[in-house]
Write a new protein. Structure first.
Length: 94
């Protein structure tokens, strides 16, 4: 009954008119060849460190000032909504 172990059938299909290199059915992302974080299996810390290194070594380098300005405006807007008093950061005149 269960003494003979069956293996799955394997089919080696090649398209009739495909003359290219590699597998035509391989799913590959558009930017994988430019990323260093894709490919090898790494831990979360390894992925984070490689992403930081890639960010530092990019052509732009550093941070984008537009994003910093937008985040600052959103934080101030949030503080305005929750009615936060900014006067605690100002010196008091006695």
């Amino acid at each position: 009954m269960g003494f003979i172990k069956r293996e799955n059938k394997k089919f080696d299909y090649t398209p009739r008119y495909y003359k290219g290199d590699g597998n035509p059915y391989e799913v590959k992302h558009k930017f994988d060849e430019f990323r260093t974080t894709v490919g090898k299996r790494k831990s979360l810390k390894g992925k984070f460190n490689s992403a930081i290194n890639e960010f530092k070594n990019s052509k732009n380098g550093g941070f984008n000032s537009t994003i910093v300005i937008i985040v600052a405006i959103l934080v101030l807007f949030f503080l305005f909504i929750i009615d936060f008093d900014l006067s605690i950061f100002l010196p008091k005149d006695n």
